[in-house]
Write a protein that binds this ligand. Structure first.
Ligand code: SF4
Length: 398
């Protein structure tokens, strides 16, 4: 977006890319718009992203907003032509996202100075989990063809990126809409083979039931980062059913076990929602237990918030205070498993990818802090892990 806007001569424009995943995300987006407009009274304010796609009118009604553009439009160079974008009086430029059938590969030029580059290989989602608003912001699932993905990664490697992260809304559905319906595992194998100079490939977040056999196989490859973020959402089978998730608690545990059998040093992350409608204390405790049973080192705990238009928003809701308390209890459990995970890393001699200043990460994504480091960002250094502060490791460069 920034590339398109700069090329069109809109360097001074404020672009707010909104998120709709929780009510809090939308509230923060509105607040950001107000603040940005106040700090930059002469700049046009362009609002886009999922919250803008889903409720364009709400943003258009804000006096601070110059234009609202859709998630598809924001990636088209022509959208950003000042005559088209700022001409006329109609504030909203948002099409029906469900009619979009293709996704272009984004992020061609990489990100300056970053240790890792993110490549979006898939967008949208064909599932309709009952709590989730994302498909209404992103549309149905569509994939970037493998050849295009490989070309993008080659270019990122040429521009000096050490690590590439494959991202998508529903990453494991990659390929279903492409000729021959290849699967994510095939894509990963192809990248490793065709871009031998790529040092590290990371898979961002996957659906717990959709990992294909080729993907399991490639997890053993040392160039694949030993890290997996699972979209688990709950630890209770009835809640999972009401969420319209496609896996059971037992399958989540088996998946974590299988991943550990393939890569014993793997670190697992997960999303879990607290306070889904009708969640009893016993059901909630199943989520709490799942954190331990799957040994989730990196937990993202979300307090449930009803998203207008979703089936879960019409189910009997829990009190806000109960939801908040349960989310806090999930976080306490997550903090404890993180400490256990950090304990296992103390004493290791390993590579740390420097991100910026004295910060970096292990290949399993564990954050690391150095007392002193002379290596530049984006390069790995050999280090000894000497301790941790309960949130990140402490290391000395060797
Ligand atoms: S699979 Fe993920 S993105 Fe798709 S509807 Fe479910 S939670 Fe939302």
């Amino acid at each position: 977006m920034r590339g398109h806007a700069d090329k069109a001569g809109l360097e001074g424009a404020i672009i707010v890319n909104t998120c709709a995943v929780t009510a809090e995300a939308v509230r923060t987006a509105r607040q950001t718009i107000r603040r940005a407009a106040k700090d930059n009274p002469d700049a046009p304010v362009i609002v886009t992203g999922c919250a803008a796609q889903i409720d364009a009118e709400m943003f258009a009604e804000m006096p601070e907003v110059t234009r609202v553009i859709g998630n598809h439009e924001k990636m088209q160079a022509e959208t950003w032509q000042p005559v088209d974008l700022l001409g006329g009086t109609e504030k909203i430029r948002v099409n029906d996202i469900m009619s979009v059938e293709e996704t272009a590969g984004h992020l061609i030029d990489g990100m300056d100075g970053r240790a890792r580059a993110y490549v979006q290989v898939q967008n949208g989602c064909d599932h309709r989990c009952t709590f989730c608003i994302i498909p209404y912001g992103r549309g149905n699932s569509r994939s970037v063809p493998a050849g295009e993905v490989v070309r993008m990664i080659q270019r990122l490697v040429e521009t000096g990126h050490y690590e590439v992260v494959l991202t998508g809304v529903d990453l494991t559905s990659w390929g279903a809409d492409l000729p021959g319906a290849p699967q994510l595992g095939n894509l990963v194998q192809r990248i490793l083979k065709l871009v031998p100079e790529l040092k590290q490939l990371r898979i961002s977040s996957i659906d717990a039931i959709e990992m294909d056999e080729a993907l399991f196989e490639t997890m053993a490859d040392p160039r694949i980062a030993p890290f997996m973020h699972l979209s688990l959402q709950h630890g209770d089978n009835l809640m999972l059913k009401r969420m319209k998730r496609r896996h059971s608690r037992e399958q989540a545990i088996q998946l974590a076990e299988r991943l550990r059998a393939i890569r014993p040093e793997i670190a697992i992350g997960a999303d879990i929602i607290a306070g889904f409608p009708t969640e009893t204390e016993a059901a909630f405790e199943n989520s709490l237990r799942l954190i331990e049973e799957c040994e989730i080192a990196f937990l993202h705990a979300f307090p449930y918030s009803p998203r207008p238009g979703t089936p879960a928003a019409r189910m009997p809701q829990l009190e806000k205070a109960v939801i908040k308390k349960r989310a806090a209890r999930l976080r306490v459990a997550g903090a404890a498993t993180l400490v256990k995970h950090l304990d296992t890393r103390v004493g290791w001699e390993t590579e740390v990818l420097v991100e910026r200043g004295n910060q970096g990460r292990l290949s399993d994504f564990t954050p690391v802090r150095f007392d002193e480091i002379s290596s530049e960002a984006g390069r790995p250094v050999r280090a000894r892990i000497i301790g941790h502060d309960k949130t990140r490791l402490e290391a000395v460069a060797l």
